[in-house]
Design a protein around this ligand. Structure first.
Ligand code: SF4
Ligand code: SF4
Length: 165
């Protein structure tokens, strides 16, 4: 090998041992990038989140919502198809009789543990009534305790946008 090797046991010159040349070269690259970014902020690959947000595809799966009938009651018939399909086992439904004899059941409670959810969308695919959707576009979930990510029927029927219950 003809090249000079500065590895273990190799001899470095005084200039190389001071690392000054490399330090200034690194600084030069950094300053060049800072100036270029300041002059061309529109070309930056990053956005000023949360003030600035990227547009998401219509197919993006955000936080769930439960759909309502015309009278405001849940469209869900508590068939458990979604909770059976859920690979994360994070949907918990308790069924009750529906007051309308034409509808067999309704959810007495319907809860989702958002921290266990993997946003696969299998629940909305499994639903025979189009009663659960993930089209809210809400993806920024933040809270100060785990319990606040356990969302209930009221929350899902009146989905809020603050990221918590
Ligand atoms: S999106 Fe997937 S993991 Fe989340 S609740 Fe639905 S089925 Fe379960
Ligand atoms: S949301 Fe749909 S799949 Fe889930 S229990 Fe209700 S009706 Fe069944």
């Amino acid at each position: 090998m003809n090249g000079k090797v500065h590895g273990y046991g190799g001899k470095m010159t005084l200039g190389e041992r001071l690392y000054l040349g490399e330090i200034f070269r690194g600084l030069g690259i950094t300053i060049r990038h800072v100036i270029r970014n300041l002059l061309h902020t529109g070309d930056l690959p990053t956005v000023q989140y949360p003030e600035e947000r990227r547009a998401y595809s219509e197919r993006f799966r955000g936080r769930h919502r439960l759909m309502k009938r015309e009278d405001g009651t849940p469209r869900c018939v508590a068939c458990m198809m979604c909770s059976t399909a859920c690979p994360a086992d994070c949907i918990h439904i308790v069924a009750e009789e529906h007051p309308d004899p034409a509808i067999e059941k309704a959810p007495a409670s319907f809860e989702i543990d958002l921290l266990r959810c993997v946003y696969c969308g299998l629940c909305e695919e499994a639903c025979p009534c189009d009663a659960i959707r993930m089209d809210t576009g809400i993806y920024d979930l933040a809270a100060d305790s785990r319990e606040k990510f356990w969302v209930d029927k009221d929350f899902l029927l009146n989905n809020t946008t603050d990221g918590t219950r």
